[in-house]
Design a protein around this ligand. Structure first.
Ligand code: SF4
Ligand code: SF4
Length: 167
């Protein structure tokens, strides 16, 4: 079994809007074909892009894997690279993925608690939106403390992602 087969179906963090908010098309991509496959392409500056999490991700795997964009074909996170290089065992990497996903779930729980969550958006956009809302003091101390808790939990997650996946 390849390292990709061992890790990626258990992870999905580069497809589900946690590591990235969008994917920009690159030279070699057929925008017309990708749009036919269901990617909601839009202009981002001079480039075409689609927002994550798009309909291309089924929660575990890419629905259009054989025809996925160039950026998706060429991206390998730091964790995968370290396993491929023999610097880290697959079991240890799977443990890191489980931990990171737990942190994501904690952030999502807090986002749901803010009442301004939209799971169709990338995590960074959901977080930005929640933090820009006025603090609701009607729920007492618990809801008043929510933004601070969300901020520290999100910061911890970003540190994990930077350290384990983006380096
Ligand atoms: S973040 Fe890394 S391990 Fe996770 S799905 Fe993407 S490439 Fe695979
Ligand atoms: S097109 Fe496939 S590989 Fe690319 S972000 Fe979407 S699910 Fe992931």
């Amino acid at each position: 079994m390849s390292e990709v087969d061992q890790l990626c179906p258990n992870c999905g963090l580069c497809c589900n809007g946690v590591l990235f908010a969008d994917v920009k098309l690159r030279k070699g991509d057929d925008a017309k074909r990708l749009a036919e496959l269901g990617l909601p392409l839009e202009k981002k500056g001079r480039q075409q892009a689609f927002a994550q999490p798009g309909g291309c991700f089924d929660g575990k795997l890419c629905r259009i894997y054989a025809e996925r964009p160039v950026r998706c074909r060429t991206f390998e996170c730091g964790l995968l690279k370290r396993v491929q290089a023999g610097e880290l065992g697959a079991d240890a990497a799977l443990g890191t993925i489980v931990q990171a996903k737990r942190q994501v779930e904690k952030v999502c729980e807090l986002l749901r608690g803010t009442g301004s969550d939209d799971e169709r958006l990338a995590l960074s956009h959901r977080y930005g939106r929640a933090m820009s809302e006025p603090v609701d003091l009607s729920g007492g101390e618990t809801s008043a403390g929510l933004p601070g808790k969300l901020m520290t939990t999100y910061r911890d997650l970003m540190q994990t992602l930077q350290r384990d996946f983006l380096k």
